[in-house]
Design a protein around this ligand. Structure first.
Ligand SMILES: Cc1ncc(COP(=O)(O)O)c(C=O)c1O
Length: 413
């Protein structure tokens, strides 16, 4: 049902039946569908009745002719968890976490990779390559393995060990680079030109965003379910931890598509970009009223997914922020890590540092009066904390000698 690809800057059309990267002007290509035709057959009722337990329940607006064509590991259909009003969460009566840690390979990157590798393989790609902050590498590895193609990965050498190990175990060719993800991206570009690999860098190929947009579709169904209603709903505010911004731009695209399908009206959530203080190009550009973000110098943060000093979709993110009446905010590393602790101990969610960041950002904006804690707020926890165990040293734990009958005496106060 997909029709064509258009340049996000010039709107020029590109052939969807060929492997494509950026447009002639160096901008992302976006997939277009014939939504006027689709709206006759593709309805929320149809989706609800499907037995498909993955994001491919929305296959009509994904790059396949049917769900059986998908390279799938069961991505998507993640839970929307309502936060309990306790402790630091006491005032938030309508706070939800879309918990993307439930995805294969433990992060939302699975959605994008499922869509991108599905399409790349259908168009004949045998070898893919990408730069990654870690989670995209893990996801690419396992979708490439499922598809039976080769995968070359370029990651900063200080990428979380868990991401590196899972990629090696999954059979990818892993290269560690003494630089940032942007430096890795340059090597990928050179490698693609030299060795003929297909470049799967985010937003430099058109379908990772298609996978990630399904977070927007799902959210509308999740909230309808929360309300016990048939009509799809969007929240008042969405917090998104932003690196390359693919999920943010993707969800915005999903909302437009849903409106054209007649599924929702013209109301939109306020979108909030959350970045780390040590790497916040989009926040800076937003505050400066700029159309593009400058390369952020000396990018540094423990939230590796947020360590993206320059993004090809910067202008698209800034458009989303302005069109949605949203905002952009930074969080320090110390704060985002303590945010992880709070989510863990008060909500039972072991979030990635990026998830900790959005919770802290939400508290900051509530304290500033930008939002009211009674609003319907969705935080995206984009991945599992298990990949970041190295950030949480637990120190020396008490040891017990089980052969000593009095060993529990140490617990007496
Ligand atoms: C856990 C996590 N959250 C957020 C991001 C940023 O995602 P995006 O590139 O869609 O902005 C990443 C990217 O690596 C990530 O791994």
């Amino acid at each position: 049902m997909h029709q064509n690809l258009v340049c996000s800057q010039t709107q020029k059309s590109y052939d969807i039946h060929r492997l494509q990267n950026l447009s002639e002007t160096g901008k992302p290509l976006l997939a277009k569908y014939d939504l006027n035709v689709l709206r006759q057959v593709f309805t929320p009722e149809v989706v609800r009745k499907r037995a498909i337990r993955s994001m491919w329940r929305f296959w009509e607006v994904l790059p396949v002719n049917g769900p059986d064509e998908a390279i799938s590991l069961g991505e998507g259909c993640t839970p929307l968890l309502r936060c309990r009003q306790r402790g630091a969460f006491e005032d938030y009566s309508n706070l939800f976490i879309k918990d993307e840690s439930f995805n294969p390979t433990g992060s939302f990157k699975a959605r994008g990779m499922s869509a991108a590798i599905t399409r790349a393989v259908a168009l004949g790609a045998k070898v893919v390559a990408l730069p990654s902050a870690g989670n995209a590498a893990g996801a690419a590895t396992y979708y490439a393995a499922k598809a039976g193609i080769e995968c070359f990965l370029f990651m900063p050498e200080d990428t979380p060990p868990a991401n590196i190990i899972e990629s090696v175990v999954g059979g990818a060719h892993v290269y560690l680079v003494n630089g940032l993800i942007s430096d890795c991206g340059k090597l990928v570009k050179q490698g693609c030109e030299r060795f003929g690999w297909f470049d799967l860098s985010t937003l430099k190929e058109p379908f990772r965003i298609e996978g990630k947009k399904t977070m927007g579709y799902e959210l509308a169904f999740d909230l309808a379910e929360v309300d016990g209603s048939d009509s799809l709903k969007l929240p008042d505010v969405i917090f998104y931890p932003t690196g390359g911004g693919t999920g943010l731009i993707g969800m915005w695209k999903a909302f437009d598509e849903m409106e054209q399908l007649g599924w929702i009206g013209s109301e939109r959530p306020r979108m909030v970009v959350v970045q780390a203080e040590g790497c916040s190009p989009v926040v800076k550009a937003f505050r400066d009223g700029a159309d593009h973000a400058d390369l952020f110098p000396n990018a540094q943060t423990v939230a590796s997914g947020l360590r993206v000093p320059a993004a090809v979709g910067d202008f698209l993110m800034l458009n989303v922020l302005r069109e949605s009446n949203g905002t952009a905010i930074t969080v320090t590393d110390e704060d985002l890590l303590s945010g992880v602790h709070e989510l863990a101990t008060q909500q039972g969610i072991y979030a990635c540092p990026e998830g900790g960041a959005v919770w802290r950002a939400c508290q900051q904006l509530a304290a500033d009066g930008w939002l009211s804690p009674e609003e319907r707020i969705v935080l995206f926890n984009t991945g599992t904390g298990l990949k970041y165990n190295h950030l949480f040293p637990v120190g020396d734990l008490p040891r017990l000698d089980h052969t000593n009958p009095n060993c529990l005496d140490v617990l007496e106060t």
